[in-house]
Design a protein around this ligand. Sequence first.
Ligand SMILES: [Mn+2]
Length: 452
Amino acid sequence: MSFRKIAEGAKLENAPCIITQRRKHKGGFLYIITDGEGELEFESGEFLQDGQELSLSGTIVNEYGFMKVKVSRIEKAEGIYASFLAKAEKNAEVKSLPFLADGFMEKMRERILGAARKLLAAKKMGRCIFLRFHNDADGIAGALALTRIVSMQTSQQNSANYTVQDSMRDIGNLQYEKRPLVILLDFGCGVESREGLKLLKASGAEILIIDHHPDDGKAGEIADLFVSPWAFSDEENASHYTAGYLAVEIARACGKEASELAGIACAGDKSSVVPVSEKDKEVALVLDYMATYSGFANKLDFYKNALEKKELYDSVLVQARDALDRITDQVKLNMKKVLAGPVSIYTIDIERIKSKEFPGKGKITTRGFELAGNEPAVVLGLWKDGLSFRINDGAIQKGVHANLIIELVKKEMPDFIEGGGGHARAASLRIREGFVNSVVEKIVEKVKEIAP
Ligand SMILES: [Mn+2]
């Protein structure tokens, strides 16, 4: 007998159910339980955990319109959670709407709807959800969209990799939760995330990855659900369907309006799969600026508040714009053309540019990229132990892709390269100190080979 259709006076005899919520009530507790379809309540003086599996007996009474169980026996049960969760996901009512971006998204429909079902079912089951979001406008916009569906714990991720250290911290924090759902948003697909992901999975957590970085670390094989355009395409354009945008589509499939966040996510990552307004660019700049200055412990509400408080928003915007303007002259002074050819290469000596935390190395390289003009070009921002790539359309069309170059350089100079990755158009490398110039020479050689 389904909890959804149960009538007053009906008797439950060892009915399997799960506790989804607990509240203090009249000196005891009020529990909400589900059978994966409907919900009922019961009162008890006994303390029970959220997610506890039960075998419940009693009689259904109608109390002010709420169906309650007058309990005669509560027994703890085991082994039913997974099947209940599966049932709740199957029964979740999702909306299959036209996507905001183009037809490619049809390939992703099943995964978007799957993620939507998972979140709606998690809400119904009172499941613990933990979201790690990347510390940029794309990651933050996506996190704002997902938290409209269901409340979850959130934590900002200030690195592009899900490290072993990250996973140890999460496993520790989640150890008492029943089958927690961990969401990684806008990161986690690099080779350097692989060990951390495997450990997290081994701890019993379910992993949902929403990302648009090339799946170099084969995260799609580890995640329980992998919402990424790279699952359906090897073209560098796949990166344009940004993680924040995908999160917006998941929210929409759950019946939550979040479309206005899509343009912000895309503005942040310089994508135009959805229309991007000047206002979107402005908000993205504000979020990027704030994210640069905020630590990992930052909760999402910090950003939500800033967007809602006009005065704070305006001052952040002014400061972010000032910081960007201030470096422009310095970038011009420290930018050199090191290869003139079908695809030109420019370098920027970032060590000589006086910038506090914002704009960071990536954004400084982007500024140089904007100054490089429309001819096919690669711009390399250089610092003492790394470099950052920005590659424009013309160079991409000639086959010069950052991830390809990184792969070639890693193979030929394994002792100098300490890590790195990214998209075809934007990526970075960590290099042993003292060897950045040798790596630049190698990149010049490779670009000449690819686009002679
Ligand atoms: Mn992104």
